[in-house]
Design a protein around this ligand. Structure first.
Ligand code: SF4
Length: 274
C-alpha cells in the first residue's frame, strides 16, 4: 500500500463514498479510475436525468446571478426541465434574488488535519442574522428525512459554514444556531427537508469529520463493502466482480443523482482562514 496522498482534498462526496464503500473511495478518489459501467437502469433515462439535473442547477444558478427569468425559461426545453423550472418559479425561493447577502455556487474550504475539506454550495442566503444553505435535488424519488440527515453532505455543509463562513458574516464566524440547511426537491416542490443546527451538533459533526479523515488517511487498505446493495448503483460492479446488472433508478433513494453537479478544480481554491 502506497502512502496516502497528502495533502488530500476531502469533500462531502468523497466522505460519502468512504461511508458507502471504502473500496469505492479508493477507486474513485485516490486512483481516479474511470470505469464504463452504468450506475442505474434504465440507462438512457438515468443518463438523461443526470444531464438534465446539471442543466437545472445551471439555470437556477444563472437566475440568482441575475439573468432574466423569461430567457432562462426558454432553456427549460425538455419535459423534466420544464416541470422543475415551473416548480422552482412557483416557490418563494425566487424572491431570495432580491437579498443583498446571496451567494450562488459558493465554495468554502478549511484545513482538516494535514488535509483540506471543501464544499460547493448551490446557494447560501444571509438574511437578518441567519444563513440558509439551499441545495437543489432532482432525485426521482423523494428520500426520507432520516436518510438525508445521515448523509455526509448535511453534516459537512453546515459544519464547514461555521468553520469557514466568517467572510459572509462581517468577519465573524456564524454560530451554529444561525444556520439552517434546506434540501429542495424539484419533483416535490412543497416537501423540502429543513435541518436546523446547534452547537452540540456542530461539535459532534466536526469531531466526526476529523475522526473519519484520520481513519481514511491512515488506513492500511480499503476493503469492499459487505453491504452488496451498495454495488447495485456503483459503476465499479464489474471491476469488483459484484455483478453486471445495475439497480433500478426508481427504486433508489437519491443515489442516482450525480453528486458532482459542477466540477470543482480543487487546486485552484484558495484556502479560507478561520
Ligand atoms: S462495486 Fe461494490 S465493492 Fe466495488 S466499489 Fe462499488 S460498492 Fe464497493
Amino acid at each position: 500500500m502506497t502512502a496516502f496522498p497528502t495533502p488530500f482534498t476531502f469533500s462531502q462526496s468523497s466522505l460519502q463514498d468512504y461511508a458507502d464503500c471504502p473500496r469505492r473511495f479508493q477507486l474513485r478518489c485516490i486512483n481516479q479510475l474511470s470505469w464504463p459501467a452504468v450506475d442505474a437502469e434504465p440507462v438512457v433515462e438515468n443518463e438523461r436525468r443526470q444531464i438534465e439535473g446539471q442543466l437545472f442547477h445551471r439555470l437556477v444558478q444563472q437566475y440568482y446571478l441575475g439573468l432574466p427569468s423569461e430567457n432562462l425559461s426558454l432553456m427549460a426545453n425538455t419535459p423534466n426541465l420544464e416541470r422543475w423550472w415551473q416548480n422552482f418559479t412557483n416557490t418563494d425561493m425566487k424572491g431570495l434574488r432580491d437579498l443583498s447577502g446571496i451567494y450562488p455556487e459558493l465554495t468554502l474550504s478549511a484545513p482538516i488535519g494535514n488535509h483540506r475539506l471543501v464544499a460547493k454550495y448551490d446557494l447560501a442566503a444571509v438574511q437578518n442574522g441567519q444563513v440558509t444553505i439551499y441545495d437543489w435535488k432532482t432525485y426521482a424519488r423523494r428520500p426520507r428525512d432520516e436518510w438525508m440527515a445521515a448523509r455526509w453532505q448535511t453534516r459537512v455543509y453546515r459544519a464547514l459554514l461555521v468553520q469557514a463562513g466568517a467572510h459572509l458574516n462581517s468577519g465573524n464566524s456564524f454560530e451554529p444556531e444561525q444556520i439552517e440547511m434546506v434540501y429542495w426537491y424539484a419533483d416535490y416542490p412543497s416537501e423540502p427537508t429543513r435541518f436546523k443546527y446547534d452547537a452540540d451538533q456542530f461539535k459532534r459533526d466536526w469531531s466526526a469529520i476529523e475522526k473519519v479523515v484520520h481513519e481514511i488517511s491512515s488506513a492500511e487498505d480499503f476493503p469492499l463493502t459487505e453491504d452488496e446493495k451498495m454495488c447495485r448503483y456503483c459503476v465499479y460492479r464489474s471491476y469488483c466482480n459484484r455483478g453486471t446488472q445495475a439497480g433500478q433508478m426508481d427504486a433508489a433513494e437519491g443515489e442516482t443523482e450525480s453528486e458532482t453537479t459542477f466540477d470543482i478544480n480543487f487546486e485552484q481554491i484558495g484556502e479560507i482562514e478561520f
